[in-house]
Design a protein around this ligand. Sequence first.
Ligand code: IPE
Ligand code: IPE
Ligand code: MG
Length: 241
Amino acid sequence: MNELTDSFPLLEYPPQHVGIIMDGNGRWAEANGKSRYQGHQAGTDNLERLLDDSIEFGVKMITAYAFSTENWRRSTIEIKGLMKILERVIDNRLVELSRKGVQLRHLGDLEKLESTLRKKILQGIESTRHNEKLILNVAFNYGGRSEIVQAVQRVIQDKIPPEQITEELLSRYMYTAGSPDPDLIIRTSGEFRTSNFLIWQAAYAEYYVTPTYWPDFNKTEYYRALSEFGKRDRRYGGRKG
Ligand code: IPE
Ligand code: IPE
Ligand code: MG
């Protein structure tokens, strides 16, 4: 890989599904003399860039953690800013993303979002549903524990008898129903924790943690994460070799 020639050798084993905990927008803003809002905007621009890299590198699905169920603990102004950014992406960037073959999906609880935003998300999902190049799951108002709780509630509503409750069945009640589990989860800004991200689905995901703040996580570093994934020995509890 060479940043000057921008040439990245073909990856032998690219992960199919990459989850990204896009952390560090606030610290990036502070380090660069900008507002937190500008930090989140820079982070969003970086995600759009990473989608191009994902298509180039052969990744088929990205799950981007954009707003957690715990992020409601932040100030009203920051929360409003994050909602606005998502709305603007749908308004201004979705046509271009769709042209590139990106299919938008949403993971999380839409009910607590304002109805204008909720409708835009649903329209965005509908208008891109035939795209096949890359699936982008936006985890927005997403929490892994809350996802499990809603799954259990719906299992009970559906009157499923206990003996029919299997891992496969519960998987079908998660927001990710029908999607492959994440192969690789990247967390930027150096924190070694899941922060409630895909806790059911990531049982056997490989983790890659980097100190880089999310807005600075560039193509070279993404390539490095994907190459490292290719070298991991995934045993799923079995024997080595
Ligand atoms: C991640 O950046 C984006 C969201 C959680 C919405 P942060 O806002 O958490 O950035 P830091 O962790 O304060 O640097
Ligand atoms: C995780 O980052 C959530 C998102 C990236 C959306 P946080 O900044 O909210 O996580 P903590 O607070 O460091 O665990
Ligand atoms: Mg953070």
